[in-house]
Design a protein around this ligand. Sequence first.
Ligand code: ADP
Ligand code: MG
Length: 245
Amino acid sequence: MAMNGTQMSIASVLDYIKERGGFGGFCRYKYNYDLDHALRVVEAIGRSRNPKFVIDDENRFAYTNFIKWCHGDESMRALNPLTGQEQAGDLNRGIYIAGNTGSGKSWCLEVMLAYSQAMGFAVSFDDGAKEVDRPLFWAITRADEVCQAYVAGGEIQRYKQRAMIGIQDLGQEPKEVLYMGNRLNVLQQLLEYRGDRTDQLTLITSNLRISSDTLKRDYGDRVQSRLVEMCNYFEIKGRDRRKGI
Ligand SMILES: Nc1ncnc2c1ncn2[C@@H]1O[C@H](COP(=O)(O)OP(=O)(O)O)[C@@H](O)[C@H]1O
Ligand SMILES: [Mg+2]
């Protein structure tokens, strides 16, 4: 079939596009579970790493809804990144966890990754031609490591292409790095790129709230608005847990 000006049905136009790669995307699976049990399992995973690990009032919203997100539970909630109000979550978006240094953001991404691996969750990715199940697994990379990769090789293709990525410490990296005379805000470029893709999941931890002036100043409006669209937003409250109570 060629687009030769003759009238085509809507269905055949869509088939034509799909045959040629379409827009790609993914499909989340739903896994039945008991939320209280899942919270106990996640807490046990955290305790196996640090006996002081707790799910408490400061992080319960993040852990509860992260668990729901993993299980494909449509009752998942998130915060509106601009107003802070609770709203419906979106299983087709990634996750952004904001909070103070030491509040437990990185651990949340890591403990939930361990949970996801232990449970064997999968996502069905559709590249337009075929559907492939892949583990719900976000390779964890620090933002400054992405910058180092650019400094070393002048490109960050592998971070752009990963179907899922977990970026730790957005905002802690240099905002401008050089490769052979080219200056680049590496994370700005990565997030703008991933923000335009509909077939990827991006998980992020940061000391910066999405709504913060610092985030807007360092990455621009485009990144800020893409983050709002790309991620379910959580905040972990509280001060530095490394310092004890
Ligand atoms: N839920 C938790 N309960 C108790 N201690 C925690 C918890 N999460 C993390 N911690 C402790 O706090 C420290 C800082 O956590 P981390 O996730 O690295 O903070 P952040 O990424 O927010 O700076 C960790 O070394 C860990 O020992
Ligand atoms: Mg951290």
